[in-house]
Write a protein that binds this ligand. Structure first.
Ligand code: GLA
Length: 404
């Protein structure tokens, strides 16, 4: 009896002394919001640009709208010192990462960085394989708040093992870090990563087009709609603290205004992380207006945390729905065709029942008031049919609130 008590006590003490490994809870109760360098700048990153981006995030109103993380993607790395510690490229980051993190923090923002589970990153820089605990310690020292962790050159590693090792390393280093998995859905991270990270990429890389495939030698980049089509039936894996990540935003990177609206709206309907990927130092007003529309962002950040889904398609118009807190619903009509389309939607004939959230939208039982989230106007209620003109590749995005 005494012996087993001591064994148990020793085990408990050991667990606490060595740091019981888990992901940091409570860091992403709603999908993370921020900015990442890759979509616009690729490998061309440096401290002056990143500082400018932080300034832009604050000055444009994005910070006030909820964006927090400034994440430097691939190619910041210099090398490893004689003890194996990573250091940044000194020509691109002459002041060092700690100074950059301090600057970002001084703006009330958070600092993110990128590494890879393989020996080398996708851009051929030093990866974290075999250096996970060392790298996590270095990141903690620099003040890193977010880590995107890639999957290139993985040499057949077990993804569960590799990502869990980094999770444990971050936890052991002691500084709370949002852990963003980037294995592109190759090993179905949504099935196993809930306790490993806060978000996981579900597809290969996005590119700034509505519906194209951009072929490279051995891989492709995908337009917005290709990404949307790529994974079915995974919405049940998303929820507060753990999100499906269909890749970073391409708003402001060259699609049409309609397409930028549609892309942003769909990401919000899918409760996707909102990680802007454009140059925040030089945005036109249209781009700022999209990225900072709080009512649309409110759909993404809704605390119920249920990922929306495509309920119906008719004549190239898709109907997306997302249950929200307090009985509200978001409804987004997307015109996928290359011509403008007229929408006639009879609420009374569409009883929408969501098996996942167990919520039912039945306007015959109780009518809802309707708000147009892009025009920012109340447009009546569900008692009468909805008629609208939706431009090519554009959306009509609504919030329905029970009419008392
Ligand atoms: C992969 C990722 C991208 C980006 C690049 C960097 O392709 O999926 O998001 O991080 O690597 O090299």
């Amino acid at each position: 009896m005494k012996k087993s008590f001591f064994a148990l006590a020793t085990a408990v003490v050991l667990i606490f002394a060595t740091g019981y490994s888990q992901k940091f809870e409570g860091l992403a109760l709603t999908p993370p919001m921020g900015w990442n360098s890759w979509n616009k700048f690729g490998c061309d990153v440096n401290e002056q640009m990143i500082r400018g981006i932080a300034d832009g995030m604050a000055a444009s109103g994005m910070k006030d709208a909820g964006y927090q993380y400034i994440v430097i993607d691939d190619c910041w790395h210099g090398g490893r010192d004689s003890l194996g510690f990573i250091y940044p490229d000194s020509s691109r980051f002459p002041s060092g990462m700690k100074a950059l993190a301090d600057y970002i923090h001084s703006k009330g923002l958070k600092f993110g960085i990128y590494s890879c589970a393989g020996e080398k990153t996708c851009g051929g820089r030093p990866g974290s394989r075999g250096h996970e605990y060392q790298d996590a310690l270095t990141y903690a020292k620099w003040g890193v708040d977010y880590l995107k962790y890639d999957w290139c050159n993985n040499a057949g590693l077990s993804s569960v093992g590799a990502y869990t090792t980094m999770r444990d390393a971050l936890h052991a280093a002691g500084r709370p870090v949002v852990f963003s998995l980037c294995e592109w859905g190759d090993t179905k991270s949504w099935e196993w990563a809930k306790d490993v990270g806060h978000l996981w990429r579900t597809t290969g890389d996005i590119t700034a087009c509505f519906d194209c495939e951009l072929k490279h030698d051995t891989w492709s980049q995908w337009g917005v709609m290709r990404i949307v089509e790529m994974r079915k039936d995974i919405r049940k894996y998303a929820g507060p603290g753990h999100w499906n990540d269909p890749d970073m935003l391409e708003v402001g990177n060259g699609m049409s205004a309609n397409e930028d609206h549609a892309h942003f709206s769909l990401w919000c309907m899918m409760a996707a992380p909102l990680i802007a990927g454009n140059d925040l130092r030089s945005m036109d007003k249209a781009t700022v207006d999209i990225l900072t529309n709080r009512e649309v962002i409110g759909i993404d950040q809704d605390s119920l945390g249920v990922q929306g889904y495509r309920y119906d398609v008719k004549d190239s118009i898709e109907v997306w729905v997302k249950p929200l807190v307090k009985g509200d619903w978001a409804v987004c009509f997307l015109n996928r065709s290359s011509a403008d389309r007229k929408l006639d939607f009879d609420w009374s004939k569409s009883i929408i029942s969501d098996d996942l959230s167990k919520r039912v939208l039945n306007t015959n039982e109780s009518p809802y008031k309707i708000r147009d989230l892009w025009v920012k106007k109340n447009i009546g209620d569900t008692k009468k049919k909805l008629s609208a003109e939706i431009g090519t590749h554009n959306v009509l995005m609504l919030r329905l609130t029970a009419a008392q």
